[in-house]
Structures are given as C-alpha cells and as structure tokens.
Design a protein around this ligand. Structure first.
Ligand SMILES: Cc1cc2nc3c(=O)[nH]c(=O)nc-3n(C[C@H](O)[C@H](O)[C@H](O)COP(=O)(O)OP(=O)(O)OC[C@H]3O[C@@H](n4cnc5c(N)ncnc54)[C@H](O)[C@@H]3O)c2cc1C
Length: 467
C-alpha cells in the first residue's frame, strides 16, 4: 500500500504512512475503508447524487470505542472530519474530500422499554427502522417523513414530522444523549447532566460532538392512523391554499397537514393536502371532513393506514440518487400575495421532481419555550421548503437557478429564520446566524468555545468558535 494523502483542517494535505494507517485500523472494532476497497464507493455515496466526495479514510464505527478512537486520531493529526448518520443532508456534509469520515451507519442498536415508554437508539438507524421497532409496541415519537432519513442528523437539527403538533419536535422528545466531544470524552447530556450541552444538541446540530446513543420518550400511536394525500389541480391552487390557511388556523394538535406543490406521474402540476391525523381514526374522519369536502379533488387518497405506511409515503417522492438543491425559510403568514407568488414560481418548475411546500407547525412545537432548546424559531406557524430534484446533470444550472429565484421571490413573505436541517449549506454558510437569531447564536458560540474550540466538527451547519 502507498502512503495516504489526507486533508487537514489547515487547508493543506499531509502524508500518512502506511504503518500509521495500520496502527489506527488495529484499534478499531469496525471497518476502515480507503480508495480501492470494495465497499469504498458505496460508503462515500450519500442521498444527493450531486455530491461526489472522495474521503481519504472512512471508519465504519461499531460502537462508541471506535468513535473515541477516530476522534483522537483525527484531532492528533488535525485531519478534516465529516460525520455520517443517514447521509441525507442535502449538501452532503456527511462526507468530505480527502479527510476522515466517521461513519455511524452501522450502529443500529435499538431497545424499546414499553413500560417506561422510552427508547434507546444508536445513530446509524433510519426513521423506517426506528418506527418499525416502536410500532411493535404501539408506540412512536415524532420522526422524519422519509423512512431512509437518519435519526441522528434529523434529531440534532430539531426534527419535524407528522406527530410534532401533538408531541413536539423530535428533539423535544429527547431525554438524553451519550456524546463524544472533540476531546474524545464520552459525556451524557440530559436535563440534569451537562445541561448546557443538552440544550445545544436539541437544535444545534453536530457542532458539539458525536452522539453515540439517543434516548427518547415514546407515546402510544396507531397502529392505524388517518392520512394520505388529497390532490387538486394547480389551476385551483389559490383557493386550495387559502382554504389550507383557514383550516390550519384551527387544526387540533393530532392533525398535521402540509400543502405540497408537486407534479403527478403523468406530468400534471398539482397541489396536495398531505395529511396525518394520529388520534382515533373515527374522530379523525370528522376532523378531516372539511379537507375532503373542499372543492373537486382530482384524487382523494386519504384513509386509515398503518402509521408505518404513512411514514413510508415520502420515500417515493424523494428517492436516493437524484440530483438535489434546496432553499427554505420559516413563514409567519400565508398572505394572498405569498400564495400567488408560490403558484407563479412553482408553475415554472424545470423538472417533475421539483416540490415546494408549506409545513404546518404550531401546537406543541410552539408551546415549548423559545429558550428551552437551541432550535431556531418556534413562533413560526409554517415552513416554506423549495426542493429542486432532477436526473440529468446537464440540467443542474436550470434547477438550481429555479430554486434560488423561487426563494428570492418569496423573501418578502418569509421570516429571516430557517430550519437548519433544510439549509443547503453549499452556498448558505452566511445564513447560520440568521437561522438561529442573534441571541441564540451567541449562546451556541459560547457552547462551541467550551466543547469544540478548534472546530473539529466543522462540516455541518457550523457555529464558528471565537476562541
Ligand atoms: C428526503 C429527505 C427527507 C427529509 N425529511 C425531513 C423531515 O421530515 N423532517 C426533518 O426535520 N428533516 C427532514 N429532512 C432533513 C434532515 O433532517 C437532514 O437532512 C438531516 O441532516 C438528516 O440526517 P442524517 O443523519 O440522515 O444526515 P447526515 O447527512 O448523515 O448527517 C448530517 C449532519 O448531521 C450531523 N450528524 C449526523 N450524525 C451525527 C451524530 N451521531 N452525532 C453528531 N452529529 C451527527 C453531522 O454534522 C452531519 O454532517 C429530510 C431530508 C431529506 C433528504
């Protein structure tokens, strides 16, 4: 084997002798991959096909000991580090060029305690895997709406999902984490232990260390819920969105409804109510009746279904392997002008895989105190998310420009704040402070100064230390 060139945090490469690689490998329980190894190509591939990064080394950690060993190795050599959970970050922060990827995707241990209604989960799990385990006991907690998204990155950024208006954000259901800091110390953070760190990991992303175990509260849900899609033609989008605005202003907490602008498989632009009612199904039928009775839907595909089925619906809309670029903001009000602009902009979508949506927040999300967690903005009743997706790399510029133009046009109607997990950090690093707001950002900087003063964990929605 030749000596390896590895990227460092100083911006230069360093040469790593074969003996040093072997010594590092010998201390791992999991695999160490490098270019040329059989699993290397698969291990460097993430959800967004636009990302094509070639790490020097990938450690597929088997447990916390591997994480500690990898952090020590990276810190002592000043290597550039990326941390991988489910690999869904749109900007591909889970991988890096030339550096070390600390890959947690093999850490899939999970244990439900149905008596205490808690769950211990390792960071390599996806939401599909997590939901399958909890639903075996008729339990669930708020989780992402695409089954292949990782629990780790999603939880650490805050976590939106169909159950959030009833049970809060994913991070609101977090009871504790085990986290390995930049000093390679394994700490437990909870309401009673390392409280400052616990505040930071509930919205502050992967800035403060690598979480090796999440403990969540879970709740009785399902197995059947009421949900699915009701589709209207884009020509009726204005009335549909105005109705959505009125309807969501009085929705009960058990109901989460998104308004999604999509293209049907036969190429028709549509606007859809995406519904999940997680209370008793018969009560839900009454609650969603106005949604069913509104206008003349092209299709009403809402009905009773297993909670795991509704959690899987988003998978087809956002499969692995397409090219993707995203823009987002929180939104205070769906004014008529905002709705008109949304419709105009979506009408010019360059690809059938482009989706734009308003997601209804509120309920328990807004009842948790703004200062209780690092999550950006709990006062906003909606998010706006614009996702461009395409399959032909030659279409990249058109799709990226469409999302940017759409987002610019919506700026008069949005807040400055944005959900960090929806940011495409490839060209948005300057939005981090606005994402959290100045006050919260300062608190995050203090925490970063304490737990990661050299910014070892920098390939993320980065809070830059000031020490
Ligand atoms: C198709 C799709 C659907 C989505 N749906 C939702 C949704 O319903 N709700 C929602 O809130 N968000 C959603 N998101 C956004 C999602 O929250 C982020 O993409 C999130 O980063 C995904 O986590 P991951 O572990 O898969 O990502 P990764 O790309 O693996 O990780 C992202 C970042 O998280 C950090 N990280 C990951 N694991 C750890 C760890 N164990 N310790 C410390 N830091 C870590 C690292 O900084 C890493 O760069 C969706 C994204 C996609 C692509």
């Amino acid at each position: 084997m030749e000596d390896l060139r590895v990227a460092t945090t100083t911006g230069t490469d360093t040469v790593l002798e074969e003996a040093a690689v072997e010594e590092f490998k010998a201390g791992l329980r999991g695999e160490l991959l490098r270019p040329g190894d059989e699993s290397y190509e698969e291990a460097r591939t993430v959800w967004n096909a636009m990302i094509d990064k070639r790490p020097a080394l990938i450690t597929r950690c088997a447990g916390a000991a591997d994480v500690i060993h990898s952090i020590n190795f990276a810190r002592n050599n000043e290597f550039l580090v990326a941390v991988r959970g489910g690999g869904h970050d749109v900007a591909g922060t889970a991988v890096c060029d030339g550096g070390l990827v600390i890959d947690l995707s093999r850490m899939k241990g999970i244990r439900v305690d149905p008596t205490r209604r808690t769950i211990r989960a390792e960071p390599g799990l996806t939401w599909g895997e997590f939901d399958q385990e909890t639903q075996a006991f008729g339990l669930a907690t708020t989780g992402g709406f695409v089954p292949t998204t990782g629990i780790a990155g999603l939880t650490l950024g805050g976590g939106l999902g169909y159950l959030m208006r009833r049970f809060g954000l994913v991070c609101d259901n977090l009871l504790s984490v085990d986290i390995v800091t930049a000093e390679a110390q394994l700490l437990t953070a909870s309401e009673t232990e390392n409280e400052d760190l616990f505040w930071g990991v509930r919205g502050g992303g992967g800035n403060f260390g690598i979480v090796t175990s999440f403990e969540y509260e879970v709740h009785p849900v399902g197995p059947m819920v009421l949900g699915g899609l009701i589709l209207h033609p884009l020509a009726r989008a204005k009335e549909t969105a105005q109705f959505y605005r009125e309807f969501t202003s009085t929705s009960p907490d058990e109901l989460t409804t998104y308004l999604a602008f999509v293209t049907s498989p036969d190429g028709q632009p549509m606007v859809a109510f995406v519904i999940c009612y997680s209370g008793p199904v018969d009560e839900g039928e009454e609650v969603i009746r106005p949604l069913r009775e509104f206008g003349s839907p092209v299709a009403d595909m809402a009905g009773p279904m297993p909670y795991t089925a509704i959690q899987a619906l988003g998978g087809d809309l956002f499969p692995h392997g397409r090219w993707n670029y995203w823009k987002s903001n929180f939104v205070q009000e769906l004014s008529d002008k905002a709705i008109d602009t949304m419709i105009d902009q979506f009408s010019a979508a360059p690809s059938p895989f482009c989706v734009a949506a308003f997601e209804h927040l509120g309920g328990e999300v807004s009842r948790v105190g703004e200062d209780e967690t690092a999550f950006g903005d709990r006062s906003a009743p909606y998010t706006l998310i614009i996702t461009s997706g395409w399959v032909d790399p030659a279409e990249t510029e058109r799709n990226v420009e469409w999302a940017r133009g759409f987002w610019e046009a919506m700026q008069p109607f949005t807040l400055d704040t944005v959900y960090v997990n929806y940011m495409d950090i490839r060209d948005e690093a300057d939005r981090i402070k606005a994402a959290y707001g100045a006050e919260k950002y300062e608190r995050l900087v203090s925490l970063k100064n304490k737990y990661d003063p050299t910014n070892l964990f920098r390939l993320n929605k980065n809070i830059q230390p000031t020490v």
